[in-house]
Design a protein around this ligand. Structure first.
Ligand code: NDP
Length: 328
């Protein structure tokens, strides 16, 4: 067995460190499928892992990277064979199991999703965990029964990874999309993705009233905290908000007024241990509904060497859309 290039996080008396290393293949964790990783991505959680700002990593040493796409190198599970193209989101990758910022990964077959027809590995990672979570959010809203004829849909953190893909997906599904962003300079780009209106996130980020004017029937929120509380307070009667993120904060300083006076629903979205049937549904719908040109317009591709730097900067909210990491 040899070594492969990886980012390795260590925690010791010397501190918390992420650095490139030659990782020994013999130190990979148990799994029935070995994958030659070709692409990973930079998600908000990768930023938390690389910096140690939140206790995302729960095993040391750790290879971060919560998602990857690649080609099966070896499999003892009949579900996959050498040469199959696959992707993986979540399941503790980069948190409890060695992750995607590496040339190789060994994982459980049950965690893998076959690359959806119509998507390249690079496109699948341009979507990545963020885009798949945006689709899980849209599917949750649809399952709940909210429809575009009830009013507009708002997306918060619209210039980020989850947000930008949510804008494109909601527009494609027929919604009039209101994009909330702290980056007014991205308004034209957000409109090209499908937003009908762009609002300043400051309208939502400060403490607000328990109920406000009814402004939208649905929402996808990647921000949490006061922003989510204000979204709920301004959701129209019978509407619903899918909550998937915490870029502003983990707290939810809200009242029950929207729930008990307007029948508003708050739908929780988890991508990490989401059941396989729902993942397959989300990926198939992403392959069919997400416009390739829009996906390209929200994607930046960087070499492996840039992954640590980009993962640090995502926490500053300065990355537009999605970042794909090419693994040589
Ligand atoms: P990004 O950093 O790409 O997007 C987050 C966006 O939120 C930023 O681009 C910015 O958008 C906005 N934002 C950042 N800081 C603040 C702030 N202090 N107040 C208000 N808005 C802010 O991250 P991702 O899209 O990768 O992830 C978004 C969130 O979703 C994260 O919290 C992540 O952990 C979560 N997530 C959860 C998943 C799940 O399974 N539930 C899966 C994937 C992600 P703008 O500049 O437009 O305002």
């Amino acid at each position: 067995m040899g070594t492969f290039k990886a980012i390795r996080i260590d925690k010791s008396d010397a501190g918390y460190q992420a650095a490139f290393t030659d990782f020994d293949e013999a130190d990979l964790m148990d799994g029935d499928v070995t994958v030659r990783v070709s692409h990973s991505t930079v998600n908000y959680k990768d930023g938390l892992a690389i910096t140690g700002k939140s206790p995302v990593v729960r095993r040391f040493p750790m290879i971060p990277g919560i998602d990857f796409a690649g080609v099966v190198e070896a499999s003892t599970n009949p579900a996959f064979k050498q040469g199959d193209e696959v992707l993986l989101n979540g399941w503790g990758l980069g948190e409890t199991h060695l992750g995607g910022y590496a040339q190789k990964a060994r994982v459980k077959a049950d965690w893998l999703t076959p690359l959806p027809a119509g998507l390249t590995r690079a496109q699948a990672m341009a979507i990545g965990t963020a885009g798949y979570t945006a689709m899980l959010s849209l599917l949750a809203l649809e399952r709940h029964g909210v429809t575009p004829d009830m009013g507009p849909a708002i997306v918060t953190g619209a210039s980020g990874g989850v947000g930008s893909i949510a804008v494109a997906l909601l527009a494609k599904a027929g919604w009039r999309v209101i994009a909330s962003t702290g980056r007014p300079q991205e308004a034209d780009w957000l409109k090209a993705l499908g937003a009908a209106e762009v609002i300043d996130r400051n309208e939502l980020s400060a403490p607000g009233r328990p109920l406000g004017k009814e402004r939208w029937a649905a929402g996808i929120d990647s921000v949490g905290s006061h922003t989510l509380a204000n979204m709920l307070a301004q959701t129209s009667y019978g509407g619903a908000v899918a909550a998937c993120g915490l870029a502003q904060g983990m707290d939810l300083p809200a009242s029950v007024a929207p729930f008990i006076l307007r029948g508003v629903s708050l739908l929780g979205i988890d991508s990490v241990i989401c059941p396989q049937s729902r993942r397959l549904e989300a990926w198939a719908r992403l392959a069919s509904d997400l416009d390739a040109g829009k996906l390209a317009s929200l994607t930046t591709t960087v070499p492996f060497e840039a992954a640590i730097d980009r993962a640090r900067s995502i926490l500053d909210g300065v990355i537009r859309g999605r970042v794909v990491v090419e693994i040589p």
